[in-house]
Design a binder for this molecule. Structure first.
Ligand code: CAP
Ligand code: MG
Length: 450
């Protein structure tokens, strides 16, 4: 009789065509590790609790069943899934298998999906990013320094006029991008269309004045795809370069469909990950941000928030964030004091046994531009850049609009801090030449918000 244990095959050698997932499993006292791991493989592929209906008696069902091929004594396991178990190009179905019912099973006390290794055929069935890091840099004509953005704060409630005035100040103050916040869409006090046309009008003026390319991450998130489509087309019609999407609250269908539309419209997608903490935060249970990042890369976002590597107000350790960066954007380009570590030419990422991540070969799929944001202000940016390198986008909200002299000064301080870092000059040194940076240094010092 096929039971859960029949999904455990410790002698199985995964094929190159298998999708492999690394999980941490905690079995309840009344179960065994073998049974709990088998339950995960069964419920995430072809089986259910009633042994007789797991289907393993049918040969063709066995061919698409998950197999537990590694059970470590530390609770870390690996499951191989034949690629034909999945529908190509359908992220919703893939996750309904490997990240579906299993998190709610009584057969596990806790379960954490840590990393996924994707077979070539599945990778090729997804579009991947349209622009890549070099393509985004080309939009701004900025070859090396980190790109800088600011989200208008207070995040919701300001009128269109107030919101767009903040855009004028941060663009004039030297930043590359204005960003809508994750929960600003088309509320009545700041209607979508009016905000887009007014902000882009101001943007065009600031570009003329500064001679620098400026852009705007416009949040098109909506629970009706048709409306999202209309808003994206509106942005393209009015000369915007980006849309922003809350990919977790909107979901994979919205993200993948928007990626197809933006491919036609030539718009880049900035992915915000609000809501991810509900399932990525607990190291014992849930779905890792690393796995979210890989799914986002496959479905094809151009930029993704990945955290501040332990510096800012939101959780996400240095180790975890650097790992995510390596998997979605390859080897971080670290500024070693006037010496740049060159990007690895190939797109392979090595497994880290300590973090239970898996090897990955991204082939020619474009990288995602990592975004570091959350509780940052100008004087602590060097610590973020030391950890993540300079191929990042730095996003600051409160750390600019909370500057004692306001948003324009806050933006000037951020620009001065980043330029100083690129010239290998300390914040104290740079503050001698930048009043706004000195004011930020006097006001916040090197405190780390939390
Ligand atoms: C940052 C932010 C971003 C967070 C998202 C906020 O504002 O706008 O949404 O960075 O987190 O609403 O908190 P501050 P993450 O700069 O004022 O903190 O980047 O980790 O996804
Ligand atoms: Mg926000």
């Amino acid at each position: 009789m096929a039971g859960y244990e029949d999904f455990v095959h410790l002698d199985y050698k995964p094929k190159k065509t298998d999708l492999i997932a690394s999980f941490h499993v905690k079995a309840p006292a009344w179960s065994t590790m073998k049974r709990s791991c088998g339950a995960v493989a069964s419920e995430s592929s072809v089986g259910t609790w009633a042994a007789s209906v797991t289907g393993l008696k049918y040969e063709h069902v066995q061919k698409v069943a998950g197999k537990v091929f590694h059970i470590g004594n530390d609770g870390w396991i690996k499951i191989a899934y034949p690629q034909d178990h999945f529908e190509m190009g359908n992220m919703s179905q893939i996750l309904a298998s490997i990240a579906g019912n299993i998190f709610g099973m009584k057969a596990v006390e806790s379960l954490r999906l840590q990393d996924i290794q994707w077979p070539e055929k599945i990778k090729k069935s997804f579009p991947g990013p349209q622009f890549g890091i070099s393509g985004i840099r080309k939009i701004f004509g900025v070859k090396k320094r980190p790109l800088m953005l600011s989200v208008a704060k207070p995040k919701v409630g300001m009128t269109t006029k107030e919101h767009c005035e903040i855009g004028r100040q941060i663009w004039t103050g030297g930043l590359d991008l204005l960003k809508d916040d994750e929960n600003l869409t088309g509320q009545k006090f700041n209607p979508f269309e009016r905000r887009v046309t007014e902000a882009l009008r101001i943007r065009n003026n600031v570009e003329r004045k500064t001679g620098e390319k400026k852009s705007y991450l416009i949040n098109v998130t909506h629970s009706r795809y048709k409306e999202m489509e209309r808003r994206a087309k509106f942005v393209a019609k009015h000369g915007g370069e980006y849309v922003m999407l809350d990919i977790v609250t909107a979901g994979w269908q919205a993200t993948h469909s928007l990626r197809e539309l933006c491919g036609d419209l030539g718009l880049a997608i900035h992915a915000h990950r609000a809501f991810h903490g509900a399932f990525t935060r607990n190291p014992e249970h849930g779905f890792s941000m690393l796995a979210v990042g890989e799914c986002a890369r496959l479905v094809g976002v151009d930029q993704l928030h990945i955290g501040t590597a332990g510096v800012g107000k939101l959780v996400g350790s240095k180790e975890e964030v650097i790992t995510i960066q390596e998997h979605i954007a390859e080897e971080p380009q670290i500024l070693h004091r006037n010496k740049y570590r060159v990007h690895l030419s190939d797109r392979t990422v090595k497994a880290d046994p300590k973090l239970h991540t898996l090897d990955e070969d991204w082939g020619n799929m474009k990288p995602v531009f990592p975004v570091s944001s959350g509780g940052l202000h100008p004087t602590i940016l060097p610590t973020v850049l030391d950890r993540l390198g300079i191929d990042v986008m730095l996003q600051i909200g409160g750390g600019i609009h909370g500057h004692p002299k306001g948003s324009y000064a806050g933006a000037c301080a951020m620009r001065a801090a980043v330029e100083a870092y690129m010239d290998d000059i300390s914040m104290e040194e740079a503050a001698k030449k930048s009043v706004p940076l000195k004011q930020a240094l006097d006001f916040w010092g090197y405190t780390r918000p939390r």
